[in-house]
Design a protein around this ligand. Structure first.
Ligand SMILES: [Zn+2]
Length: 256
């Protein structure tokens, strides 16, 4: 049985991103997963997970797992059942990400040291190295093999489908920026709340506690989380985002 869930408090709590008031917003079963989008549905667990949403920046989160240690996350979320509810984790997603990063950063790859933060496996970095990036390192505290925290800084820090898993997302952003070199870039994916989120509410497919999706950003919340550290923020889409102090060359407008 799932243990050590934090008891629900009825009143508003401070938003984990901006400190604004975050009242209770809705509740879903623990077994709600992102694969429901593709018709795969786990049986109900009977464990309710409450989410709350910030009135200011619209960040949506649950504090139910705030008291969990790594052991609890591994026992109840990142366990042997995880692959069934996140089938793209092993290969498809990192290969697509590597293709995209190679397209964007390929012309400056010789001087781009890459850190993949929360990478899970090394497929993404191995593909970059095969594509000619001299340094591409995986760091993921949840995976023993890659849990050693690197001491050096990197020109490009990538963070794919990770921020939504963090019970302390502001701390996560601070941590990945600690690894970002001066004038470096952060390229990340997390699906931001769509424009019709108010109609969808917690029925939206990306709200999936079984996937460990506990911190669901709005674009405003993403921008705020990086602005606190002096970074500008831009989005290619609801999913693909970049944080920077200086624009990377492929985004710099060339004079005619
Ligand atoms: Zn907020």
């Amino acid at each position: 049985m799932i243990d050590r869930l934090k008891p629900v408090s009825v009143g508003p709590l401070p938003c984990k991103i901006c400190g604004g008031p975050a009242a209770l917003y809705g509740v879903v079963d623990f077994n709600k997963s992102c694969e429901e989008l593709r018709g795969f549905r786990l049986p109900l667990s009977g464990v309710p997970i409450y989410y709350r949403r910030c009135a200011n920046c619209k960040f949506l989160f649950t504090d139910a797992f705030d008291d969990w240690s790594t052991e609890q996350f591994k026992a109840y979320i990142y366990n042997e059942g995880y692959a069934a509810i996140d089938p793209d984790y092993q290969g498809k997603r990192p290969l697509n990400n590597a293709r995209f990063v190679t397209q964007l950063w390929g012309t400056i790859k010789a001087r781009t040291r890459v850190l993949d933060y929360g990478g899970g496996n090394d497929v993404f970095c191995a593909t970059l190295r095969a594509n000619g990036f001299p340094i591409a390192v995986t760091y993921d505290p949840m995976v023993e093999e890659y849990a050693r925290r690197p001491e050096e800084k990197f020109d490009l820090v990538t963070c794919f489908e990770t921020l939504e898993h963090l019970p302390d997302p502001a701390g996560g952003v601070a941590s990945l920026l600690e690894h970002t070199a001066d004038q470096g870039h952060v390229f990340l994916t997390t699906v931001a709340q769509p424009v019709d989120f108010d109609q969808l509410g917690l029925n939206w497919w990306y709200v999936g506690p079984r996937n460990g999706h506990i911190s669901i950003f709005s674009k405003q919340a993403l921008a705020l989380a990086f602005a606190r550290h002096g970074y500008k923020f831009g989005s290619f889409s609801d999913t693909l985002h970049i944080a920077f102090q200086t624009l990377p060359p492929f985004l710099t407008l060339k004079s005619q």
